[in-house]
Design a protein around this ligand. Structure first.
Ligand code: HEM
Length: 151
């Protein structure tokens, strides 16, 4: 098995383990996120609605990157642009949300989690963080007046 195929298999196994455990990762993820960034809580009209989609899409984007899916880039570009409606979101908060998503997955995945699966997720977490930076930088060039901040 190629290394990339192994990463996809490991990532999928941890997603299945979390689904089988019946635990909603988004609950503790958002608790952790707001504990770290309490001021951000006020940006949300509905944490319940947003946390479902934000958690799902963050996981899908990382898994999509592992599989080399072409839809990830346009989705990230759109995400970064629509998020300008929620205020000036520092890049550190994107990084934190992504890293916390991986950490929460690891806490719930139990025996399906290993150093190899953690590394597979982290590599794609880092790729997603880089893609968000690229999207912010490209919007700043393409649309300086309305673009999300690049930093
Ligand atoms: C890869 C990372 C992220 C993804 C995939 C993502 C995805 C989404 C999606 C799909 C929505 C729409 C939810 C809905 O209308 O049901 C949303 C809303 C929102 N997101 Fe994100 N998001 C991400 C990162 C962030 C970060 C880092 C922040 C804050 C620092 C943030 C703040 C918000 C806010 C404030 C809303 C509006 C929620 C509301 O009105 O209740 N997002 N996000």
């Amino acid at each position: 098995m190629f290394a990339l195929d192994r990463d996809i298999t490991l990532m999928e196994a941890s997603l299945i383990a979390v689904a089988d455990a019946g635990i909603d990762v988004r609950q503790t993820l958002f608790e952790r996120f707001f504990a770290t960034y309490p001021a951000r809580r006020a940006s949300f009209i509905s944490v319940d609605a947003a946390s479902r989609r934000m958690t799902d899409e963050t996981l899908q984007m990382m898994f999509g990157l592992a599989k080399g899916e072409g839809w990830v880039w346009p989705l990230v570009a759109e995400l970064v642009f629509t998020h300008r409606n929620y205020g000036a979101l520092p890049i550190a908060e994107y990084d934190a949300l992504i890293d916390m998503t991986v950490a929460e997955l690891g806490l719930v995945a139990g025996p399906a989690w290993s150093p190899a699966s953690a590394s597979a997720w982290q590599q794609n977490a880092d790729a997603l963080k880089a893609m968000i930076r690229k999207a912010r930088a490209e919007w700043a060039i393409a649309m300086p007046a309305g673009a999300p901040q690049a930093a």
